[in-house]
Design a protein around this ligand. Structure first.
Ligand SMILES: NC(=O)c1ccc[n+]([C@@H]2O[C@H](COP(=O)([O-])OP(=O)(O)OC[C@H]3O[C@@H](n4cnc5c(N)ncnc54)[C@H](O)[C@@H]3O)[C@@H](O)[C@H]2O)c1
Length: 350
């Protein structure tokens, strides 16, 4: 469960986190001040909502390099922050009295292969800036990794936390670099670095940002709009996935986990693993006339190099991770969320 730190007193918060939590208090309550980078992507807004529920709206600063839509501006503080600009990151941390950074800025796998130099800049140089600022100002840093940090030589089912990592995308290479640097900064400087390897994230209210797992979101939009979907992966391609509410809850739980409970800095996170054919069959229970074609493109090669099932025993043991959504409940929740907004003129059972 997401715990409400906002309702705890100062002493309890210090005990929970075991380190540098904000000393600030409002109405006698203590809470950390959090900066989210890359916050206009698939995950940022939802996480800001969860954290604001816990710590109060003004404690969570959402940031990105794009102009925010009106509803984001109405939800709480939003600022411009380019992670390639070290000076400006420093001034944000100082001026906004940041305690924790959630680093979401990234160029994802499929887009990264289209623009390797941009992926290198954002995913490697940008991460150097973020981790250095966190070291300098003694901040807690959560920066998610991915199933894309593994490669074809990795055991695929199940994939343990510690194993061979030889990814074949620039996205994956940068994430291995990030994992190692985070662990090194923790070992060398005591930086409170935390990471979970997210599976592909499925969400109803935000669009995916150009990853190899995006089909598992597109299929809902196309099924509900046209009753048809052309999938860019083979029908038997099994990949680990997670429904957004589970992913956000995992992020908050790992962010808030007591320092002493964490035996590792990077944890596999597992929820559901399915193939395009399995999700299509489940979706047909709601959209009976759905037709799906399979026409693999270059993303098939990426998917074939990734795990089928992650072993997340350590996350479950160390900080109590449990997923809630399985395939049927995720599909049903997605249909319920998207069906009212879709323009389709055929039978849908929500
Ligand atoms: N969505 C997934 O399925 C998934 C799976 C595994 C891991 N992750 C990880 O979770 C994190 C968030 O993913 P997401 O899906 O929200 O990504 P996304 O691609 O949807 O959003 C990334 C954001 O980064 C921003 N950005 C790009 N360059 C920037 C710069 N120079 N400075 C600041 N911001 C910049 C973009 O504007 C974008 O809004 C990433 O680290 C990603 O690797 C995501």
């Amino acid at each position: 469960m997401i715990t409400s730190m906002f309702s705890r007193n100062v002493k309890q918060v210090a005990c929970l986190t075991g380190s540098i939590v904000s000393k600030r208090s409002a109405h006698g309550k203590a809470y950390p001040r959090v900066l989210i980078t890359g916050g206009l992507g698939q995950l940022g807004r939802g996480l800001a909502r969860s954290l604001r529920d816990n710590y109060g709206s003004s404690s969570v600063i959402l940031s990105d390099i794009a102009k925010a839509p009106q509803e984001v501006l109405e939800d709480g503080p939003y600022i411009y922050a380019d992670i390639l600009d070290f000076q400006s990151l420093q001034s944000i941390v100082v001026n906004h009295e940041i305690d924790w950074v959630v680093h979401f800025s990234a160029i994802l796998s499929a887009v990264g292969e289209q623009n390797v130099s941009q992926a290198l800049k954002v995913n490697i140089n940008g991460f150097h800036n973020v981790i250095e600022v966190c070291r300098k100002y003694n901040l807690r840093l959560f920066s998610p990794s991915t199933i894309g940090a593994f490669g074809p030589e990795t055991p695929r089912n199940p994939t343990p936390d510690l194993t061979i990592q030889r990814p074949k995308t620039i996205y994956g290479v940068a994430k291995v670099h990030m994992e190692l640097l985070g662990e090194y900064y923790n070992h060398r400087y005591g930086l409170d670095y935390r990471s979970a390897r997210f599976p592909g994230v499925i969400s109803a209210d935000t669009k995916p940002g150009g990853g190899t797992t995006d089909y598992a979101v597109h299929i809902f939009h196309e099924a509900l709009r046209n009753g048809k979907y052309k999938c860019y992966l083979r029908k038997d391609t099994r990949i680990p996935m997670i429904y957004l509410p589970d992913c956000l809850r995992a992020t908050v739980e790992l962010l808030e986990a007591p320092q002493k409970a964490l035996k590792s800095r990077t944890y596999n996170l597992s929820a559901i693993s399915f193939t395009p054919e399995e999700i299509a069959d489940e979706l047909k229970k709601h959209v009976p006339h759905l037709e799906v074609e399979y026409e693999p493109d270059e993303r098939q090669l990426i998917a074939d190099s990734w795990p089928e099932v992650l072993d997340d025993t350590d996350a479950r043991k160390d900080w109590g991770w449990r997923h809630e959504y399985d395939l049927p409940s995720m599909v049903s929740a997605m249909v319920q969320a998207l069906a009212p907004k879709s323009q389709g003129s055929f039978e849908v059972e929500v």
